[in-house]
Write a protein that binds this ligand. Structure first.
Ligand SMILES: [Ca+2]
Ligand SMILES: [Ca+2]
Ligand SMILES: [Ca+2]
Ligand SMILES: [Ca+2]
Length: 147
């Protein structure tokens, strides 16, 4: 009897391990641990890579795994602090300076962070929005939702 119980427990453990290994938290078809290394996020999908790699943004639906700047953090969740274009944890003049070239090369930065007014494009209006926020009490920047 004890042997059967032990056997059953072992089977359940194996099943649980398998289920755990195939977690797809955001249901976008890309597994949290898509390379089955046992560690989710240790091998994030490169830009547009969808096979044998870990979801590069496991809490946001991004089935195409866009990561235009190839930093291992998907475009879908690279905007951590709205307006923090250079990603140093604060929003200031340096972000405005970083945003200027991004107008001509939008995928050189996190698109969703650089789209400070959230209208789906990066242009001069995002710069003026950020300047207004920092120096004129304008509305706070937002995270864009397209990439
Ligand atoms: Ca996923
Ligand atoms: Ca995802
Ligand atoms: Ca910054
Ligand atoms: Ca914009």
């Amino acid at each position: 009897m004890i042997k059967i119980m032990t056997f059953t427990m072992a089977i359940l453990l194996v099943l649980a391990t398998c289920v755990f290994a195939q977690v797809d938290t955001d249901n976008d078809g890309i597994l949290d641990d898509g390379d089955f290394s046992g560690i989710a996020g240790d091998n994030p999908c490169a830009n547009m890579q969808t096979q044998n790699c870990d979801d590069n943004c496991p809490l946001n639906h991004n089935p195409q795994q866009e990561d235009f700047d190839n930093d291992g953090v998907g475009e879908a969740c690279c905007c951590v602090l709205p307006g923090d274009i250079n990603g140093d944890g604060s929003v200031n003049i340096l972000d405005i300076i970083q945003l200027m070239p991004a107008i001509f090369e939008p995928h050189s930065v996190c698109f969703n962070t650089a789209d400070t007014n959230g209208n789906g494009v990066i242009n001069i209006l995002d710069i003026t929005q950020l300047i207004a926020f920092l120096y004129k009490g304008g509305p706070a920047p937002v995270c864009g939702t397209t990439y």
